[in-house]
Each structure stands twice: as structure tokens, then as C-alpha cells.
Ligand binder design. Structure first.
Ligand code: MN
Length: 193
């Protein structure tokens, strides 16, 4: 993908009551927009200016360009994985098979993702990814981390920077994380395999 704002596949209030319109206004409209703007400014005149975000995240050394590209990619994956409550259906097809093989069942995947997201110290992301051997993995990544940097395919993420939940849930990160399952678009996740 290019360095630009992803188009949301739902209205700004479409994720309520799990994520409020006000949180989308700030998280998508201000935080993500700032990462896009920062990356535009930082990459100007460098070898990264024309590169796709995935290539920057894979190759850039630690520092400002990586941090902002990571946040652009992470938030695109994050905001495009949601759907209106009630529309969320469970995993199907190959994704369902992989979950059964690698976790036993969906509840166990959810439990391990919640544990990673709730237990992550400071700001960062919990990730579900497909590793180089084709196995599903859950990981904790600090700050702008993305398992793409280790050659994995990123599939699903939980943002645990406080800006993701503080308007709606204040300090109750665990409550926020557990509610996210109501709005996961598993079809969008499966399309990333
Ligand atoms: Mn965020």
C-alpha cells in the first residue's frame, strides 16, 4: 500500500458501542493522519519516498521513518479488520482450518490474543500472524512493531496504545480488548492469508 489514509468500510459511528465515533475521530482522523503526514515529511528526498509501506516496514532501520511507516501500516490493518456489530461472523474456510490446527479452537486463539494485548507493557500491539512455515503465531510488539519485519504475514492486530481506548474505556484496557471480538470482520482477516 501507498502512504495514504485507508478508506473506512463503515460509517464513523458504525463500530458503536464497541468503539465510539469520537474515538474514530481522534484515532483515525488525528493520530493516523499524523503518522501519514510525518512519513510524508520524513521520507521526502530519501530512498523511501516512492516505496510501498510494506517495503519500508520490512527494510527501514529503527528510527523515525520506520516508526511512522509501521504505524501507518498497523493502523491500516487495524481499521480495515472491523465491521458493524451484528455483522461479525466467525472464521471460515482455510482460516478456520488453521485456527483449529494451531489453537484447537477460536476461544483459545481469543484467550491468547487477549493475554498478549492485556499483558503488553507500555504502548504496542498484539498480533496474529502467519509465520514462514505457515503456522499461526501470536506475538507482542512494542511501539510500531509489526511481525512483517520477521517475514510473517500480519493477519489481525489489537492496538493497545492508550489512544486506542482511553476515550471510551479510560484505564480499562482489558474490557476494551474483550469487546473487540464483537466487531472483527473474519472475512477481511482471511483475505490476508
Ligand atoms: Mn493507534
Amino acid at each position: 500500500m501507498k502512504n495514504e489514509m485507508p478508506r473506512l468500510p463503515y460509517p464513523i459511528n458504525g463500530l458503536e458501542p464497541v468503539i465510539s465515533a469520537e474515538t474514530i475521530e481522534f484515532h483515525y482522523g488525528k493520530h493516523l493522519q499524523t503518522y501519514v503526514n510525518n512519513l510524508t515529511n520524513l521520507s521526502k528526498g530519501t530512498e523511501y519516498e516512492q516505496k510501498d509501506i510494506e517495503d519500508i516496514v520490512s527494510a527501514a532501520p529503527d528510527g523515525g521513518i520506520f516508526n511512522n511507516a509501521g504505524q501507518v501500516l498497523n493502523h491500516a490493518i487495524y481499521f480495515l479488520q472491523f465491521t458493524t456489530p451484528g455483522q461479525s461472523k466467525g472464521p471460515e474456510g482455510r482460516l478456520a482450518e488453521l485456527i483449529a490446527r494451531d489453537f484447537g479452537n477460536l476461544d483459545e486463539l481469543k484467550r491468547q490474543m487477549e493475554e498478549a494485548a492485556i499483558g503488553l507493557f507500555g504502548s504496542g500491539w498484539a498480533w496474529l500472524s502467519l509465520d514462514k512455515d505457515g503456522k499461526l503465531q501470536i506475538s507482542k510488539e512494542s511501539n510500531a512493531g509489526n511481525p512483517l519485519r520477521r517475514g510473517h504475514k500480519p493477519l489481525l492486530c489489537i492496538d493497545v496504545w492508550e489512544h486506542a481506548y482511553y476515550i471510551d474505556y479510560r484505564n480499562r484496557r482489558a474490557d476494551h480488548v474483550k469487546k473487540l471480538w464483537d466487531i472483527i470482520d473474519w472475512k477481511a482477516v482471511a483475505d490476508r492469508l
